[in-house]
Structure formats: structure tokens, C-alpha cells
Design a protein around this ligand. Structure first.
Ligand SMILES: NC(=O)C1=CN([C@@H]2O[C@H](COP(=O)(O)OP(=O)(O)OC[C@H]3O[C@@H](n4cnc5c(N)ncnc54)[C@H](OP(=O)(O)O)[C@@H]3O)[C@@H](O)[C@H]2O)[C@@H](O)CC1
Ligand SMILES: [K+]
Length: 479
């Protein structure tokens, strides 16, 4: 698992660790890791030009010490001090004694433009709000310059805890972060400013408390995959019901069933008007034309994709919400659900909105959901007492228990933004629910396999390609 911790948790762990190690040791560990990443970006350090953006805190100190290391290996370095009276004194002294120069008041942008490598040490976890104008100008110069931009701990200007970006921020090619990931490095929009991530161990692990975020890695996904045993038959492996599609949108039924057939359940029941289209593509499906209530026993329902807005659609949603098994509600189901009926449920409910659907459920503007994804997903989970999978540039899964870390999906790709891709995810995740996974595990594993499948499919991909690649994703995880 990859973890993200809040600033408060990091500060507490740092204080506990600092009491046990020699003064300055943590900063030296940070600087060594940073210099290593800078070396990798430069390829050749000797003769390279480095510009160091230095704010008034320890983040600037890290950058100065790292630059001192690069100076000792033959680089030339210029520091741009945003607040010359308050730059980290010991770091600045080390930088100067290694041969570093300080740019004149108006020479900062020029040094940045000419640099092969820009170290962004303006703000780390002590930053508040978007960058101040002087720092913002340097961030722009770094973006327009020829060198690689390496952020220290965080790209300056992003909100470490929320992943929100209020105003200008540094656009980094890579970020070296210390001790643990910060939420902003894993959640958009901030994560888009961070570039490639590298975690440097500074010995914080034992002192870190509960994380805010976690991201499944291959081994975690493998451990969650449902595997049939010798005793399994199709009913014991779980039956997933799919109430999706309509006369108008039969394709959604086919796509949701395609996902469901590849999610580990032993059988798929389909209920609704899309039966003929489903059977034409997937003859193994158990098809009925009525509502979920009349469809026979299942271990989980998926309701919503392509249902439309008819009375039959409403009945399908109401029936699924009334069923005493886990359910997943997506797309039209999200528009048709009664919030009270969701909150009354005792079995698990998974809601899978994209930003627009989440905005409608919350009564927010869509841009607010996109800009405040972590807040939005937590808020939805709390309001509905449900597990919420918020789709998008970073897919997030929040549990109704606010004490549980939000899960971030690491496998997403922009290629997933294709018609019908969400229907496949719904079927897949519902199938994992029917196979017996807990709601947050089903949702986060569903997102993981779905993203991986998109990465394994030749581009440009269609939703059916995506479903067809799910066995390869499954194999990739378990191999
Ligand atoms: N955690 C650990 O274990 C370790 C942590 N380490 C490092 O310490 C870093 C945290 O250092 P920190 O606490 O000194 O804060 P930091 O991020 O440097 O910012 C401070 C100054 O920035 C300024 N400022 C604020 N907002 C601004 C804005 N929008 N635009 C412009 N300026 C702004 C503000 O200045 P002021 O308002 O006072 O003028 C504030 O004082 C951490 O990220 C990591 O790099 C490592 O050394 C290894 C061990
Ligand atoms: K920084």
C-alpha cells in the first residue's frame, strides 16, 4: 500500500523523531535524497547549471543543502532568495561555502531561464494558499525555461492536505517527498503539478500515525482478487444482478454485463429490456425482462447504467435499493435514487458518480467537485452513509466511516474517458461485491483493474476492448 499523511500527522512524527536524532540529521537525509534525484534528472552533474528557488522555511533549507552537494560534484548553482533576511541560515552558509552564488534582486528569472535544473524550495508543508506574486513569477519562468523542475517535498503553491490549488503553483517534472506522501501528491488537481514522484525515507515510518489516503499497489490488488476454490460452484462464487440498459440504450446493458462477467462472480443475471442485445453478445447470461425484484436471487445488484428515465427505470432503482444485498448505483440510477432510501439500507451501497453526477448529488457546481475532489468524496460518503467511488482524473473511494483512509487509484489513464467505460466499471465492481468483497475493497479493486486494463489495451480503446482486456489485467495482477 502507498500511504498519504496529513501535514499535522507529519509534523507530529517529525517532532518525535527529531527528539531522538542529532540536530539537522533529517534535513541532511532529505538533502541527500534530493541531490540524488537531481543527479538522475541531470544525467551529468559536472558543469550543469542549477537554480535554487529558496523560500523562508526548511523547504528552502533542503534545497540549499542539496544544491551544496551538487556544487561539490562540479555543478554551478545560483540561489534566488525570496526573502533574503529569512532564508534558512545554515543551509545558505553551506551553499555559499560550496561555491554557490546568490542572484541579485532582479536576476532571479534570468538564472532560472538558463538553468539545466531548477530546485523548487519555495514552500513545502508550511505553504499557505497560492504562491505570492514574486514566487509566482519565478514559477512561470521555471515552466518556460529549458531546465527540468524538481520540487522539494511538494510543488510550491498546492495545498498539501487537500490537493486543491488556489492560484499559481510550480509545475514540476518530478517531486522528491520526504518520509511519506502528502495527499496533494496523490490527488488532482495538485497531483498534476507534481510530475514523477520519488519518496525518500528519512526514518519517519515508525512515528507516523493513521494515513489520510492509501493507494493499492499490485500486491494489495492481488491479495484482494477473489479466487475460486475446489469447493466453488457458480452460486458459491456469487451471482451478480445487472439492471442496466433500456430500449433506447441497450449498449449499456451489454457493457455492464461484459464487466460483470469478468469480475469474479460465478454467474450474471440480467434484468431489463436489453436482454436480446445482452444474449447476442454474452449467451452465458441469465436473462429476464422484468424488474430486479422478479429476477431471482443474487448476492449483489448493479443498477443504473443506461436505464433512462422511464417508470420501469424508477422501479428498477427502487427494487435494487430495497434488496437486502450489496448494491452499486451508477449513472441514471444516481439521478433516480431517493437519498432517504440509500440511508435506510443496512447492506452496503456503492455510489459511482463522475464529477457532474457528484455535483448534482451534492448541490455543488461541477468545478467545485473537480477542484475539491477529496472533500467532495468524503462529503458524499457522509451524507449518504455509502461507499462512494468518485471517478475522474484521480479516482477516489471513500468509506462511510470517516475514520478510514480514502483510497486513491493509481492505475488511471486519460484513455478511460471513453463512452461506456463507466458501465464496464459498474459491472466489474458489482461482480466483486457479489464475490464477497467488502464495499471499499470491491470499489478500489474495481478501479484498479479497470485502469490497468486500459493501460494494457492498444489505444485508442473502446469500452468493449476495455472489458475484453480485464482477464489480462487480472492475470497481470496475480502473476
Ligand atoms: N517533516 C519533516 O520531517 C521534515 C521536513 N523537512 C522540510 O521542511 C519543510 C517544512 O518547512 P517549514 O515548516 O519551515 O515550512 P515551508 O514549507 O518551508 O514554508 C515556510 C514558509 O513559506 C512561506 N510561505 C507560505 N505560504 C507561501 C506562499 N503561498 N507563497 C510564498 N511563500 C509562502 C512562509 O513564509 P512567511 O509567511 O513567514 O513569509 C513560511 O514561513 C518540509 O516541506 C520539508 O521540505 C525536511 O527538512 C526534512 C524533515
Ligand atoms: K517545494
Amino acid at each position: 500500500m502507498r500511504y498519504g499523511h496529513s501535514v499535522e500527522t507529519v509534523r507530529r512524527a517529525e517532532a518525535a523523531l527529531m527528539a531522538r536524532v542529532p540536530e539537522g540529521a533529517l534535513m541532511q537525509r532529505a538533502a541527500a535524497g534530493l541531490a540524488g534525484a537531481g543527479t538522475d534528472l541531470l544525467g551529468r552533474v559536472y558543469g550543469a547549471r542549477v537554480a535554487v528557488l529558496v523560500g523562508s522555511g526548511a523547504n528552502g533549507g533542503d534545497a540549499l543543502y542539496a544544491a551544496a552537494r551538487l556544487l561539490r560534484r562540479g555543478a554551478a548553482a545560483t540561489a534566488v532568495l525570496l526573502n533574503p533576511e529569512r532564508a534558512y541560515a545554515e543551509g545558505l552558509a553551506a551553499f555559499r561555502s560550496a561555491g554557490g552564488r546568490v542572484a541579485a534582486a532582479d536576476g532571479g528569472a534570468r538564472a532560472v531561464a538558463r538553468a539545466d535544473l531548477v530546485l523548487d524550495g519555495v514552500t513545502g508543508i508550511g505553504g499557505k494558499g497560492g504562491l505570492r506574486p514574486e514566487a509566482a513569477d519565478l514559477a512561470l519562468a521555471a515552466r518556460d525555461g529549458r531546465g527540468a523542475v524538481l520540487a522539494v517535498d511538494l510543488p510550491s503553491g498546492v495545498d498539501a492536505d487537500t490537493g486543491e490549488v488556489h492560484g499559481p503553483a510550480v509545475h514540476a517534472d518530478a517531486t522528491v517527498t520526504f518520509g511519506t506522501y502528502k495527499p496533494a501528491l496523490l490527488v488532482d488537481p495538485a497531483a498534476e503539478f507534481a510530475g514523477a514522484l520519488r519518496l525518500v525515507d528519512i526514518g519517519l515510518d515508525g512515528d507516523l500515525g493513521a494515513p489520510e489516503l492509501e493507494a493499492l499497489q499490485h500486491a494489495d490488488a492481488a491479495a484482494l482478487l477473489p479466487r475460486p476454490s475446489g469447493e466453488s460452484d457458480k452460486y458459491r462464487r456469487g451471482v451478480v444482478g445487472v439492471a442496466a440498459g433500456s430500449e433506447r440504450y441497450p449498449g449499456a446493458a451489454v457493457l455492464a454485463v461484459s464487466g460483470a462477467l469478468r469480475g469474479g462472480a460465478g454467474a450474471v443475471r440480467y434484468a431489463g429490456p436489453g436482454g436480446p442485445a445482452v444474449l447476442a453478445r454474452h449467451p452465458e447470461t441469465l436473462v429476464s425482462a422484468g424488474s430486479p425484484r422478479a429476477a431471482g436471487r443474487v448476492q449483489a445488484w448493479v443498477v443504473g447504467p443506461g436505464l433512462g428515465d422511464t417508470s420501469q427505470a424508477r422501479t428498477a432503482v427502487d427494487d435494487a435499493l430495497a434488496a437486502d444485498v450489496p448494491i452499486l448505483v451508477d449513472a441514471d440510477g444516481l439521478r433516480l435514487l431517493t437519498p432517504e432510501a440509500v440511508r435506510r439500507r443496512t447492506a452496503a451501497t456503492v455510489l459511482t458518480p463522475h464529477a457532474g453526477e457528484a455535483a448534482a448529488l451534492l448541490g455543488w457546481a461541477r468545478e467545485d467537485v473537480e477542484g475539491r475532489r477529496l472533500h467532495a468524496v468524503r462529503e458524499l460518503a457522509a451524507r449518504f452513509g455509502a461507499t462512494v467511488l468518485l471517478k475522474g482524473s484521480t479516482t477516489l473511494v471513500a468509506d462511510p466511516d470517516p475514520g478510514r483512509p480514502v483510497r486513491v487509484n493509481a492505475t488511471g489513464t486519460a484513455w478511460l474517458a471513453t463512452a461506456g467505460s463507466g458501465d464496464v466499471l459498474s459491472g466489474l465492481t458489482g461482480s466483486l461485491l457479489a464475490a464477497g468483497l467488502a464495499a471499499r475493497d470491491a470499489a478500489s479493486l474495481g478501479a484498479y483493474l479497470h485502469g490497468l486494463s486500459a493501460r494494457l489495451t492498444p489505444h485508442p480503446l473502446t469500452a468493449l476492448d476495455l472489458a475484453d482486456s480485464l482477464p489480462a489485467a487480472w492475470h497481470n495482477v496475480s502473476a
